[in-house]
Design a protein around this ligand. Structure first.
Ligand SMILES: NC(=O)c1ccc[n+]([C@@H]2O[C@H](COP(=O)([O-])OP(=O)(O)OC[C@H]3O[C@@H](n4cnc5c(N)ncnc54)[C@H](OP(=O)(O)O)[C@@H]3O)[C@@H](O)[C@H]2O)c1
Length: 339
């Protein structure tokens, strides 16, 4: 199935750019590969001036600078990488990416059969310890039991990936109250709660990495997915603040802001396949495996914000600097759920 946009479908963008606007922005900013130097890597084209040095792209594997290297703790038999939303899409891909590097994983989501299948795959392929904890992240008591459950299994969490999430669609004045609250509990409340639960141990041990999955939807208001866009803006702001708090304590904190990715996200959000496919230009779409590869590379390099894909970085830069009132009005006219 295909993606959704985490942002809006219609014409909107990744960040909420309409396809045409996105194309124009991407074309206007397209680097001349013979002359452009990337400020982060210092060697590759693709530098986007609107974004800061910690926010653009990751460097090629092996190109991390000395002080950025090894921000992702090394694997150990008694530590695990806890990945929420590992039963599908980006979460499953992130678990694969971490297991490939030798990290034991703890897979969390509601669909237990899928988690068990992935755990078996990762153990077989990489020999890593793979744990499954099936739970509903909207349930505060279930979240609260995670630390104890893992301690009983002799595990500490050195890597926390807050990935689980979904969107609602349509105007707030026609929203389903329960569904809106479930989204906020999953996309926002669970992120804060798991950071509160697992960061103290990381800081105490002086070792840890957190990846919070936001979105390019974080960079501007998103009519038609108002609560979703706001929740991702929250995750981005929260992640940046927590990162600054623990910076000198051996713990790295990264926000991942993907543009459109081919997962079950669109279907869960109520988009049709056609709406999903027509929502954004093809060049903005990435596969979940590619997003996960770039995300984990970003963690290894200690990046603050990772936006996979050049077109998405351009879109995010545009969305951050464009007048939001005008942009929101434009997006409201384009979103299929508002027509
Ligand atoms: N796909 C995109 O275009 C895109 C773009 C930017 C950002 N993102 C973000 O990326 C993250 C992953 O999305 P995806 O694209 O991989 O979508 P997906 O394929 O639909 O996966 C969503 C995951 O979240 C889990 N989840 C949802 N509600 C949950 C709950 N109450 N308790 C536990 N787990 C729950 C689902 O597992 P169960 O259903 O088994 O519980 C599933 O594993 C989300 O935060 C999303 O906002 C996606």
């Amino acid at each position: 199935m295909v993606p959704p946009i985490d942002v809006a479908r219609s014409t909107t963008t990744t960040s909420a750019l309409a396809p045409d606007a996105a194309r124009a922005a991407a074309n206007a900013a397209a680097p001349d590969p013979t002359t452009t130097t990337d400020r982060v890597s210092g060697t590759r084209p693709g530098y986007v001036p609107a974004l800061g040095p910690e926010e653009c792209r990751v460097s090629p594997a092996g190109a991390a600078s000395y002080d950025q290297a090894m921000a992702l703790p090394p694997p150990s038999p008694t530590s695990t990488a806890l990945v929420t939303g590992a039963s599908s899409g980006i979460g499953a891909a992130l678990a694969r990416e971490l297991a490939q590097r030798g990290h034991g994983v703890t897979l969390v989501a509601r669909r237990e059969a899928r988690l068990t299948e992935l755990a078996a795959e990762l153990h077989k392929a990489h020999g890593v310890r793979s744990e499954v904890v099936a739970l509903d992240l909207t349930d505060a008591a279930a979240r609260g039991g995670l630390l104890g459950t893992l301690a009983e299994r002799g595990l500490t969490v050195d890597v926390l990936v807050n990935n689980a999430g979904f969107t609602t669609t349509g105007p707030v004045h026609r929203s389903d109250r329960e569904r809106e609250m479930a989204m906020i509990r999953t996309d926002v409340e669970a992120v804060i709660d798991l950071c509160s639960i697992f960061l103290p141990g990381m800081v105490e041990r002086g070792r840890g990495a957190v990846l919070n999955v936001a979105s390019t939807a974080a960079f501007q208001p998103l009519p038609g997915q108002a609560g979703y866009g706001a929740s991702k803006a929250f995750v981005l702001s929260y992640t940046r603040a927590v990162r600054a708090e623990v910076r000198a304590k051996g713990v790295t904190v990264t926000a991942l802001c993907p543009g459109p990715v081919k997962t079950e996200f669109a279907e869960t959000g109520g988009f049709t396949k056609e709406e999903s496919e027509n929502s954004l230009p093809k060049f903005m779409w990435l596969a979940a495996a590619e997003v996960a590869r770039i995300a984990v590379l970003g963690m290894e390099q200690g990046k603050g914000v990772v936006i996979p894909g050049f077109a998405n970085r351009v879109g995010a830069g545009f969305a951050r600097t464009a007048p939001h009132q005008a942009l929101a009005a434009f997006l409201a006219r384009q979103h299929p759920a508002l027509k």
